[in-house]
Write a protein that binds this ligand. Structure first.
Ligand code: HAM
Length: 419
């Protein structure tokens, strides 16, 4: 037997209804907010991610699926989609058509992480990016979109964490202060954090190491380094969130795992997920277009939700989506009746009624057993009498009753009842 690759998951038919529910909610709410879908390649040139996510991040450092293709080019399976969106916006000159872009996406991503509950190597994200506005209104619009999706999905007991990383200047000052502080403690830091100290001290705040966390507790806080512009942006964002009825918890240690963020960052956490408690997050990225070599600085803000984690939450909440049953099973007792059966199935399907029939030349008894197991609403029986008299027998599977009707009447009845 060939097993699946570690960290990948087969999504079996029984799980599909919950995926459909999540996917249709995402689509509907995105549309309500005027966002348009964008579909991008599964792989990109490696530099797309290296340049944007940051060399010091775990994602770039340890988790990318990177390979040299047959043409000698370094390719990476996308570990996130914000970088791909920015690449595409620039490559397709989308900003020349509209100075404000509202985009959403959905699809699989790849990160070589240690698999555990809620952490996979191939997983799915929904994300949205609002590109072209630097104003706090845009921050609140994007958080409102996330908020409405979470509400539409019926997720309860979650919290929204909020922080500001300020503009470039504020962040540079803060990084210097962190550098001074952590340098003095360097000997007590974990090996990973000592490396982070050299590349990007902000990353240390993300450490899960218990000793690091002790040291982090007394480190300088970003709020003391925000300049006037950054403070105003943050303050207005918070006021607008409150005015919109969106509750948040401020967390000065929230830096998120990617390096492109500035100003607002946020994360959604839920108690049902254990260690992997974050089911979504995002933030502003006002310097990302410049990093891609674009002619001007284009401000942007976005977020992404982890679909597998959302499904775990919904399942833990006892959510049961309505399973779309197949409506009709056609059973027949002689192989020569098959053309008639195929014709009946075609008419029903053309009229939007899902229909199946036997394809294994089984006995009528076995077929009726399968009809029962398939939870169909009606079984049509095509036997000798039905063929001789041009009728159909309809068995109502819920009530257990059976009737024999002329074929046209039988169809009319089914169209009326099932369409
Ligand atoms: P991220 O925090 O790296 O952000 O990922 C967002 C969400 O994807 C996480 O909160 C989590 O639910 C899910 N996720 C991440 N890694 C895994 C994994 N290995 N297995 C299962 N789920 C996972 C981003 O990716 C940013 N691009 C979000 C963003 C958009 N920022 C601005 N715009």
């Amino acid at each position: 037997m060939i097993g699946s690759v570690r960290g990948t998951k087969d999504i079996l038919p029984e799980e599909i209804p919950i995926w459909y529910f999540v996917e249709s909610t995402l689509r509907n709410v995105s549309q309500l907010f005027g966002f348009h879908e964008i579909r991008l390649p599964i792989f990109e040139k490696t530099e797309v991610f290296q340049r944007s996510i940051g060399e010091a991040t775990d994602v770039v450092n340890k988790e990318m699926y990177t390979f040299i293709d047959r043409g000698g080019e370094s390719i990476t399976l996308r570990p996130e989609l914000t970088a791909s969106v920015v690449r595409s916006v620039i490559a397709n000159n989308l900003l020349s058509e509209s100075p404000l872009l509202r985009l959403w996406y959905y699809g699989p991503l790849f990160r070589y992480e240690r698999p555990q509950k809620g952490r996979l190597r191939q997983f799915h994200q929904y994300g949205a990016e609002l590109i072209g506005s630097e104003h706090p209104e845009a921050d609140v619009e994007i958080i409102s979109l996330a908020f409405e999706i979470i509400k539409g999905l019926g997720i309860k007991e979650y919290r929204l964490l909020l922080n500001s990383l300020g503009n470039l200047q504020s962040r540079q000052n803060y990084k210097q202060a962190l550098l001074n502080y952590f340098n003095e403690q360097a000997n007590n830091l974990s090996k990973d954090s000592r490396e982070r100290l050299l590349r990007n001290p902000l990353r240390i705040l993300d450490s899960k190491d218990p000793h690091d966390i002790e040291i982090i507790r007394s480190c300088p806080l970003i709020y003391d380094f925000l300049d006037k512009e950054s403070k105003e942006h943050y303050q207005t964002t918070k006021e607008l969130l409150t005015a919109n009825g969106i509750q948040y918890i401020e967390n000065p240690y929230l830096v998120r795992g990617l390096d492109y963020y500035s100003h607002t960052v946020f994360e959604f956490q839920n108690i049902h997920l254990g260690a992997q408690d974050s089911f979504g997050g995002g933030g502003r990225y006002n310097e990302l277009f410049k990093q891609f070599g674009y002619k001007t600085n284009v401000p942007g803000i976005g977020f992404a939700l982890g679909i597998e984690r959302i499904i775990l939450i919904l399942q833990a909440q006892g959510f049961e989506p309505v399973n779309e049953n197949i409506k009709i099973y056609i059973a027949y007792n002689k192989p020569e009746y098959l053309p008639k059966v195929i014709e009946i199935a075609r008419i029903l399907r053309t009229n939007g009624i899902s229909t199946i029939f036997d394809l294994q030349k089984r006995s009528l008894k076995a077929q009726l057993k399968e009809a029962n197991k398939s939870n169909v609403l009606f079984t049509i029986i095509v036997g000798d009498d039905e063929i001789a008299n041009n009728t159909l027998s309809l068995k109502n599977m819920l009530e257990g009753t059976q009737s024999n009707l002329p074929i046209r009447e039988a169809f009319n009845f089914l169209f009326k009842t099932l369409q």
